[in-house]
Write a protein that binds this ligand. Sequence first.
Ligand SMILES: CC(C)(COP(=O)(O)OP(=O)(O)OC[C@H]1O[C@@H](n2cnc3c(N)ncnc32)[C@H](O)[C@@H]1OP(=O)(O)O)[C@@H](O)C(=O)NCCC(=O)NCCS
Length: 189
Amino acid sequence: MADASNPFAAGLPTLDGGRVRLRAVRPADDADLLAVFEDPAHLRYWSHGPLDDLDAARRYREGIEANARDRALFQWAITEPADDRMIGSATLGAWNRQNRRADVGFILRPDRVGRGLASDAVRTLIRFGIDGMDLHRVEADVDPANTGSIRLLERLGFVREGYFRERWFTFGSWKDSAMYGLLAADFDG
Ligand SMILES: CC(C)(COP(=O)(O)OP(=O)(O)OC[C@H]1O[C@@H](n2cnc3c(N)ncnc32)[C@H](O)[C@@H]1OP(=O)(O)O)[C@@H](O)C(=O)NCCC(=O)NCCS
């Protein structure tokens, strides 16, 4: 188990799930990072638009590293252990230590969707959140039309707790948020 007083003392820990690995993003991942974040249709429920090219991927990766240093957002690469190449990304953000909560985010490269890999990644991340970061509660903010994401969250025990209207302005229009929550006591992953 990670040191609960500072689970990031040695950087972003590598986490092994049943089928995927979560590890720090590296410069060598830039092309794979672009493949995860370049398709506008795949990002239609995401909080930002697509990356245009390799240079944008490099800047995005540098932002990931800065966010981890600032403890603003912890973003892991999702890989398959056989080749350890980045096939997606999973995040824990808005970490509130006093109230022991954080929010979760996740995305897979389009050609890896539909195999249960994202569920394995998020389950692994939540297990670390509870055991390593001592979280009491994990939250998720989802576009109500994002049925794949909602299925994943509900499979892991998340419950819909609220509905916020017009919370995001993305792709030229206002988007609502369905707010999901999971209590550590209800997690059996
Ligand atoms: C959200 C997202 C990560 C879900 O990916 P996913 O692969 O569908 O999620 P899971 O890992 O839970 O896989 C579940 C699917 O794999 C199928 N599957 C196949 N083999 C499986 C296995 N061995 N174990 C579990 N599920 C398996 C399931 O039947 C299920 O299919 P279904 O959704 O048609 O019922 C993906 O759609 C995505 O990247 N979307 C874009 C980014 C985004 O919107 N992120 C969420 C923001 S809140």
